[in-house]
Design a binder for this molecule. Structure first.
Ligand code: F3S
Ligand code: F3S
Length: 113
């Protein structure tokens, strides 16, 4: 899978969303998250991010990025009024922006440009 790192927080350029052939890049409140169960690893999103927030998990090697596991955590979120986690909803166009972030992302300092 590919992951979106901290550089996306409070910026949310969204150029990546248009590129994804399976529409698996979901918008949270402060950041976007790639669904690791839906991403087909095509890599189309990676070069279009203006702040290079997107990387392949294969490039991480020893350099562990907490956003790797945090993406999966986001999709385990149970939204208010729901009983099931977000899971793999089959496309970000269907869900629209999701009013949630992970604890990790919420804890990051304000990066509003
Ligand atoms: Fe974020 Fe870059 Fe996409 S800033 S929304 S990962 S284009
Ligand atoms: Fe989409 Fe990027 Fe994966 S374009 S399929 S999220 S590598």
């Amino acid at each position: 899978t590919f992951i979106i790192g901290a550089a996306c927080v409070d910026l949310k350029d969204r150029a990546c969303v248009q590129e994804c052939p399976v529409d698996c890049i979901y918008e949270g409140e402060r950041k976007l998250y790639i669904n690791p169960d839906e991403c087909i690893d095509c890599g189309a999103c990676e070069p279009v991010c203006p702040v290079e927030a997107i990387i392949s998990d294969r490039e991480l090697s020893d350099d562990f990025d907490p956003h790797l596991t945090d993406s999966a955590t986001f999709f385990q979120t149970v939204l208010p009024g729901r009983t099931e986690p977000i899971g793999a909803p089959g496309g970000a166009r269907q869900t629209g922006p999701i009013a949630a972030d992970t604890d990790l992302v919420r804890s990051l300092p304000d990066r509003t440009p």
